[in-house]
Design a protein around this ligand. Structure first.
Ligand code: AGP
Length: 367
């Protein structure tokens, strides 16, 4: 049957609302509660090979790159393997050193993004091992990798990616669990994470159910010519993804910044005309983040804060979007959901074509 929007106004909205099911699908059959681990047979890595991995390098473009940054943090935190993400579009141009004990991970919804495909080929040409986190079955990147897992997000039509990104994050969580449990991750921590992953689909639904409240805030942001998205450590890739989504469909200038770096430059731009969307989870950095919010508020910058219950914003005048709490390692995926809704409702209010924004293609298949 043709893939249609059904009763939804756009594919993007349909795909956002499908996220709880997509999250269930990517996890299904892959969690092992008994041993607190994940089973990703398709990686074609045995325990001995897994223990030999010294580094993880994640390659993707655009939003897949930003989720790759979230994934690198998960792998470092859970598996304690040095990990980072790089834009696949840049990778091959700097003659990268390909190491035999590095695990390369290509991440792509379409599996057809030319820059990611060429990065995979560069790694393999030089003898490196690449696994894929890919949505489209049988796609070029999936075929080119040494192994990998499919994301099972289902077809994604809207140019602005939503449910595929959520499944990418969960794919990285599974990978981090599997890598972690043959190294230092305890069975108790593995089980804690699994319990957290199992709570996620319902928590995503809780956020989606508050669409009206988030739409109202989006209305306030839509008129700004320029805005900041800020976060730090785990929250920074969330801010990057939030700004990306906002730019793609609202055509507003949205700049992502590390909250900690604001005072080293961009604070000069904060004014009543330049709103900031801040990611402030209830983690070890909450107080420092709130300190930065005071700096923004002192310059009368409008604030929307994506946060958890229990974070005390003090005197700061800010609109709050409170998301449910889970294990802190999993905060990024929940904090991204309201940012999708903010971008969507800002674009809707501005009357833009939601599914086919100007100048952009769903997958970039030519160099
Ligand atoms: C996401 O909203 C973008 N349209 C874009 O950045 C996208 O994530 C990127 O082009 C990578 O696409 P892929 O996942 O199909 O490789």
């Amino acid at each position: 049957a043709a893939y249609e929007t059904g009763d939804h106004a756009s594919f993007m909205r349909k795909e956002m609302l499908e996220q709880p099911e997509a999250a269930q699908r990517v996890l299904r059959g892959r969690l092992d509660e008994r041993f607190g681990t994940a089973h990703l047979g398709g990686l074609n890595l045995d325990a001995r090979e897994t223990r030999a991995i010294k580094r993880v390098k994640i390659l993707g473009c655009g939003s897949a790159y930003y989720v790759g940054q979230m994934g690198a943090a998960l792998i470092e935190e859970l598996a304690r393997i040095p990990a980072d993400a790089e834009a696949a579009s840049e990778f091959r141009y700097r003659n990268p050193i390909i190491e035999p004990d590095t695990l390369y991970v290509a991440v792509s919804q379409s599996g057809e993004t030319i820059d990611t495909l060429l990065a995979v080929q560069e790694v393999r040409r030089k003898g490196g091992r690449v696994v894929g986190l890919v949505n489209v079955v049988g796609s070029a990147i999936a075929r080119e990798c040494d192994g990998g897992i499919y994301l099972h997000a289902g077809p994604e039509v809207a140019v602005a990616s939503t449910k595929a990104l959520t499944t990418m994050f969960l794919g990285f969580a599974l990978l981090a669990l599997q890598l972690g449990r043959v190294r230092d991750l305890s069975i108790a921590d593995g089980r804690r994470l699994i319990a957290g992953l199992e709570r996620l689909p319902a928590q995503i639904q809780e956020i989606l159910d508050r669409e009206d409240e988030i739409a109202e805030l989006a209305g306030r942001l839509a008129d700004a010519e320029s805005l900041f998205f800020v976060g730090r450590v785990r929250g920074f890739p969330v801010a990057r993804e939030g700004a990306q989504k906002f730019k793609e469909i609202s055509y507003r200038h949205a700049e992502a910044y590390q909250t900690s770096e604001l005072k080293h430059g961009p604070l000069a731009l904060i004014s009543p005309d330049v709103p900031t969307v801040a990611i402030v989870p209830a983690d070890e950095l909450a107080d420092r983040n709130v300190g930065a919010l005071h700096e923004i508020a002192a310059r009368r910058g409008p604030l929307v804060v994506v946060t958890h219950d229990g974070v005390d914003l003090g005197e700061v005048a800010a609109a709050r979007i409170v998301v449910p709490r889970n294990e802190r390692e999993l905060d990024p995926v929940l904090m991204t959901i309201p940012l999708q809704l903010l971008a969507y409702h800002a674009a809707l209010r501005l009357g833009h074509d939601i599914d086919k924004p100007r100048n952009l293609a769903k997958s970039v298949t030519v160099e």
